[in-house]
Design a protein around this ligand. Structure first.
Ligand code: SAM
Length: 462
């Protein structure tokens, strides 16, 4: 073992373990921790933003940036044109493409979903008639998840805030379950000083126990031949291989061997029957990550969805007014919750209704408008929808400083001399709504989404 590890202060026990595992590669691993972490984004294909940047090799949507910009000050980030996401974790795309037919309507659960990296990625990969249930157990994080999901603009989604055990109500329902488990975060040490500070053997054991409980809790919700994708951003075997072997001891599990391009430098791990893939920061342009895909090879009880309840729908007159707002309006149904009108894909209506009754979701479909007397006030989520008929609305193109002022919810100096709700756009991306009142324009950006930073000001924690 060498004693000349470059300067990065690892927890001692972690260092000893990794030196033993990596042997000759330890120095490279330690050196990688003295370099800045690569910056990568994943674009939203529905928003037609395609930067000319080097690709993350295992993802159609991932790109590397030369340096880290202040994303908060990029208006199209707030429009949902891209998501800032660590490159290794984009390998979910390969795990999915190689295990399921993405042209089919799938029922998918993202169990540990906040802040929404995997969920928004899943939405870009799934067909329009698939349904994603995106769940986060911690309430405050579930709110952030719902915000990010709305920015992504897909209507075929429900956001829930439930404990994993709650999904036992949906026995044998899911074609795919993604468990991106809370973990000790060893793979994020160079990005996240707290993960390094909080590291301890005790915490690893707690994480491993929690992960095992999560896997056991959610297993009944997977259908026979359904796919479970398990991932963590840690290297240690207790949280990865050992958990997979424990699952295979208890249930009939077939691990899937994924095809890798040797140039990707991803390490294949075999441990008893378990197969997984490990990403090291000295071998890939990304952070530490672990992922495994497996198939449930046992019969599963199947829940029969029954929903013939009468949904509260807006009046026909209102629906006729809303139809021209929407592209492909024949694919949607509108439902009314108090004064809020929500758009839901027709083919998913009964399922979304059934699941909503069990889980009381934070959000579902796309909120389109609020009914105020007989006025329809457009909802922010609808401005960001991939199904908005932008041509139907009065739209104002903003320059960069106007766009940032809009996102700060500042008073706007634009006036179109009109009286109507209008969209504001930046570089062909919808940012949100304004209310043109003739001689002035009100900024309708949601108060709780507004940015608290000005162009040219150094970023400070918001
Ligand atoms: N999948 C997310 C993404 O791609 O943006 C990241 C998920 S993060 C690795 C793990 C998540 O699990 C966190 O949001 C955390 O709040 C949640 N979590 C914590 N304890 C949990 C538990 N007991 N059961 C399920 N999820 C839990």
């Amino acid at each position: 073992m060498n004693n000349q590890s470059p300067h990065f202060s690892f927890p001692k026990a972690f260092e000893t373990r990794m030196e033993n595992i990596l042997d000759a590669d330890w120095t490279k691993f330690a050196q990688a921790h003295t370099q800045a972490a690569p910056v990568s984004i994943r674009v939203n294909p529905k928003k037609k933003f395609s930067p000319e940047l080097p690709h993350v090799p295992w993802s159609d949507f991932g790109f590397y940036l030369q340096e880290r910009p202040i994303f908060t000050l990029d208006p199209i980030f707030h429009a949902g044109a891209y998501y800032v996401q660590e490159a290794s974790s984009l390998f979910l795309e390969q795990a999915l493409k190689q295990t399921v037919d993405l042209t089919q309507p799938l029922r998918v659960l993202d169990l540990c979903a906040a802040p929404g990296g995997k969920s928004t990625h899943l939405l870009s990969l799934l067909s329009n008639d698939s349904l994603l249930i995106s769940n986060e157990v911690i309430r405050a994080r579930a709110q952030i998840l719902w915000e990010n999901i709305q920015k992504w603009g897909h209507p075929n989604v429900i956001v829930t805030n439930s404990d994993p055990s709650a999904f036992q109500q949906l026995k044998g329902y899911f074609d795919v379950i993604v468990v991106d488990a809370p973990c000790s975060g060893e793979g994020l040490f160079r990005k996240d000083a707290d993960a390094c500070k909080e590291w301890s053997e005790e915490n690893i054991n707690l994480c491993a126990q929690r992960q095992r409980r999560i896997l056991n809790d959610v297993w009944p919700a997977l259908k026979e031949n359904g796919v479970l994708i398990y991932s963590t951003c840690t290297y240690n075997a207790n949280e990865n291989e050992a958990n997979l072997n424990a699952l295979a001891d208890e249930y009939n599990v077939e691990f899937v061997s994924l095809k890798l391009n040797p140039e990707w430098n991803i390490e294949t791990i075999s441990s008893n029957n378990a197969i997984g893939y490990r990403f090291y920061p000295h071998r890939v342009q990304g952070e530490g990550f672990f992922i495994s895909a497996m198939i449930k090879k046992e019969s599963a009880d199947r829940l029969k969805l029954k929903s013939n309840s009468k949904l509260n729908t807006p009046s026909t007159k209102i629906i006729e007014r809303l139809k021209p707002w929407t592209l492909a309006s024949e694919q949607f149904r509108w439902i009314q919750q108090q004064d809020l009108i929500i758009q839901i894909p027709e083919s998913l209506l009964n399922e979304i209704d059934f699941i909503s009754k069990l889980f009381f979701p934070l959000g579902k479909g796309t909120a389109v408008a609020e009914l105020k007397h007989d006025k329809l006030v457009p909802e922010h989520a609808f401005a960001l929808s991939n199904f908005i008929n932008t041509d139907f609305f009065q739209a104002t193109d903003l320059n960069e400083s106007e766009a940032i002022a809009y996102l700060r919810k500042d008073v706007l100096a634009i006036s179109e001399g009109l009286k109507c709700f209008g969209l504001v756009r930046y570089k062909n991306q919808n940012l949100g709504w304004v209310n043109h009142l003739g001689n002035r324009t009100n900024n309708l950006y949601p108060a709780n989404w507004r940015i608290r930073m000005s162009a040219g000001i150094n970023p400070s924690p918001e």
